[in-house]
Ligand binder design. Structure first.
Ligand SMILES: *Cc1c(COP(=O)(O)O)cnc(C)c1O
Length: 354
């Protein structure tokens, strides 16, 4: 499939102050769109000026939430090249989400090509400062104008881009996390492993209540026993206990993070012991009591590595590593962002030039 390009006649000014970019607040000049119908499959791939969409008020996504999304970044290397980090993994994962949400699959290679073509057109929007990148948001949603509950026959796939800085104002400083005992995010058999807006809609109330008592995000427990650790709001989570680095195993209700996968591969390549297994919040608290819990950190594309400085579970607070970023989080952040930014040799072949 060809990608047609219609450039904007009124390009916007690029942000001057890259320090104040924040996350996901401004958008580039263009967007990528393609449509799906049962007769044509995915068709009419095009890059057009960024702007509002016109939708029939009855489109099914607005009523029943049949939609999936992805998140990845384009980085500027010291040589001025633009590169992506494992973009094929995002497109493989969008198909995993698609399958669960009854959305037709996309062609992984074509979509990686679409991302590259789009980023190439927006390459001047990739910011230059340390810690910044062009955040890419591919998403697919159901567009049938029909109120019956049924998988849609038509869809749109869109990619938008936002020059971004740090996800958390805290940066690589430790965040405070609320261990959620009242609300649950997902259960096995549900959509927890899919990147779909509905999971986030269900999480907002817990997130809001945690923020009200000045916690940055919530740590979800399993939806059945409220005992096993699942993940943090937008991140997978790792615990360092003795010399073991533990992350909850993927069992259906946890999002299979690409940063998680990369951190596991990276740490194992350094000879460290990484275990994917069930871990209870009780085990974490006991390890802390015994002085064995040295680090807790979250992993995700937006924040990369985010150290956790405090947990609060039913009013019981623990401070981790004296509220300092621990050595494993620090080294992993340095190494992973080094590969992403082209400052450290990519011996894993994770990056792709645009
Ligand atoms: C996207 C996401 C993650 C992190 O995945 P990455 O591929 O590492 O960015 C973790 N948890 C949830 C709920 C997510 O939506």
């Amino acid at each position: 499939m060809n990608i047609t390009v219609q450039k904007t006649n009124s390009p916007k000014a690029k942000p001057e102050n890259e320090e104040g970019l924040g996350f996901g607040k401004i958008f580039t000049d263009h967007m990528f769109i393609m449509d799906y119908s049962v007769e044509k499959g995915w068709y009419d791939a095009r890059i057009v000026p960024y702007g509002p969409l016109e939708l029939d008020p009855s489109v099914s996504v607005l009523h029943y939430g049949q939609a999936v999304f992805e998140g990845l970044k384009a980085y500027r290397t010291p040589q001025g090249d633009i590169q992506l980090f494992r973009p094929e993994k995002n497109m493989e994962r969008i198909n995993l989400s698609n399958e669960r949400l009854c959305i037709p699959p996309v062609d992984v290679d074509f979509c990686v090509k679409a991302i590259k073509t789009f980023v190439d057109i927006e390459r001047d929007w990739v910011p230059h400062s340390e810690g910044t990148s062009l955040y890419l948001r591919p998403f697919i949603f159901a567009t049938d104008p029909f109120l019956g509950v049924h998988p849609s026959y038509t869809y749109k796939f869109i990619i938008i881009a936002s020059p971004s800085g740090q996800y958390y104002p805290e940066g690589i400083n430790p965040v405070k996390i609320w261990v959620e005992s009242k609300y649950v995010r997902a259960v096995r058999g549900g959509t927890g492993f899919s990147k779909t807006g509905g999971n986030y809609a269900a999480s907002l109330k817990a997130q809001k209540e945690a923020e009200e008592v000045s916690y940055t995000q919530v740590l979800w427990l399993d939806g059945v026993e409220r005992k096993y650790i699942e993940e943090v709001g937008t991140m997978n989570v790792f615990f360092v206990i003795d010399d073991e680095i533990i992350t909850p195993a993927l069992q259906g209700s946890i999002l299979p993070g690409i940063t998680r996968m990369s951190v596991i591969e990276l740490l194992r390549s350094q000879g460290k012991k990484v275990t994917e297994r069930a871990i209870t919040v009780e085990e974490v608290y006991l390890a802390h009591e015994q002085g064995k819990l040295s680090e807790v950190f979250g992993t995700g594309t937006a924040a990369v590595i985010s150290p956790v400085g405090e947990l609060n579970w039913n009013g019981k607070k623990i401070i981790i590593n004296g509220n300092q970023t621990g050595p494993i989080a620090k080294q992993t952040y340095h190494y992973l962002t080094g590969i992403q930014n082209g400052k450290i040799e990519d011996k894993f072949n994770w990056t792709q030039k645009v």
